[in-house]
Write a protein that binds this ligand. Structure first.
Ligand code: TYM
Length: 337
């Protein structure tokens, strides 16, 4: 069997980038024969970026409801909250002890903070917590705990998965005694949507405030967000260049090959940007509308979602507990008699 695993940090409402980059390919992979899947709320990771408890709690609910509304089948998929699996934080420590500090210095998220501080002439580590610094180790623990082979993610997570491989290699080398304790995970990227652009053309991201919400706010929020997509200043009737227009890239993420060709032809023929935006709204709404109805129902029943997560945590721990025992034994933490 191939194991597929991915998670989403619970710091905001899911956006189109999360959906096309991770949720959609992950659910598709979970339906392949012979695949076993593990999808989770990365709620310990959320604490690194957010110290607003109400926001974390709300985001946990929204992200859980999103996975379920998007078609995750809880009979086939082990679906849980990271914070319900204490074995993950315990493994985090075992991995921390074999992770080179120099490697963490090179992690994108940490480096971005250092670069921004340096540019402002501040202490390079201003505002950097140990959580942020060690973020990739916790992510490695998420992946290695279940010995995942495939990790469907957007491009921004590739470096983290490479780091997880490195940590796994080192641990195997030190403690495997010739045996592969950890599988070496691989990022699974869908090239066409690996970095979905946001409203301003940069990567769609909570931290850039340029996202299009997947379900929250209903069709109106979708329409309002899409109205804010930046386009060039060509007038209605003037031919538009579809290549390089991020509105078109977002359209492509939801369109069939035929729809893509027709949209391009119409833009070259002078379709107004306003109409192009309406076509984008209609296309996305056709995809997400039916799911949104399920989402609304789920969000209104947090008790049911909690029950699903608890059942998922039980399934996950049934795997994690014996494996962690094996790992503790491998590093020498054994009963003496
Ligand atoms: P997060 O919460 O930032 O994003 C969740 C998933 O959405 C993808 N994504 C995108 N894909 C395409 N285009 C975009 N604009 C875009 N924005 C976000 C991300 O690549 C990601 O796949 N560290 C992770 C969460 C995590 C995790 C893990 C993932 C924790 N442990 C173990 C995989 C395996 C994160 O913060 O993703």
């Amino acid at each position: 069997t191939q194991r597929v695993l991915t998670g989403i940090t619970t710091t905001g409402t899911p956006h189109l980038g999360n959906y096309v980059g991770a949720i959609r390919p992950a659910i598709a992979a979970s339906r392949e024969p012979g695949v076993e899947s593990f999808f989770f709320l990365a709620d310990y990771h959320a604490l690194i970026k957010c110290d607003d408890p109400a926001r974390i709690a709300r985001s946990r609910l929204e992200i859980a409801a999103t996975w379920l509304a998007a078609g995750l089948d809880t009979d086939r998929v082990t679906f849980y909250a990271q914070s319900d699996i204490p074995e993950i934080t315990e493994l985090n420590w075992l991995l921390t002890c074999v992770t080179a500090k120099g490697q963490m210095n090179r992690a994108h998220a940490y480096k971005a903070s250092v670069d921004a501080n340096t540019a402002k002439g501040e202490d390079p580590d201003a505002g950097v917590t140990m959580g942020l610094y060690c973020y990739p180790v916790l992510m490695a623990a998420d992946i290695l705990m279940f010995n995942a082979h495939r990790v469907p993610v957007g491009r921004d997570q590739v470096q983290h998965i490479e780091m997880a491989r490195d940590v796994a290699l080192r641990f195997n080398h030190l403690y495997g005694g010739g045996k592969e304790l950890f599988v070496l995970p691989e990022a699974e990227i869908e090239e066409s949507v690996a970095t979905l652009p946001g409203l301003d053309g940069r990567k769609m991201s909570k931290s850039y405030d340029n996202t299009v919400p997947l379900f929250e706010g209903g069709p109106k929020a979708l329409k309002d967000a899409i109205a804010r997509i930046v386009t060039d200043s060509k007038l209605p009737g003037e031919p538009k260049d579809p290549e390089g227009a991020h509105l078109v890239t977002i359209y492509d993420a939801f369109a069939t090959a035929e729809q893509r060709a027709a949209f391009r032809a119409d833009l070259r023929g002078g379709l107004a940007w306003g109409e192009a935006k309406q076509r984008l709204v209609d296309l996305i709404e056709a995809h997400v509308g039916p799911m949104r109805a399920r989402y609304a129902d789920l969000v209104a029943h947090p008790d049911q979602i909690e029950a699903v997560l608890q059942a998922g945590a039980d399934k996950a721990r049934a795997r994690a507990t014996p494996f962690l025992r094996e790992l503790r034994h491998a590093v020498g933490l054994r009963r003496m008699v």
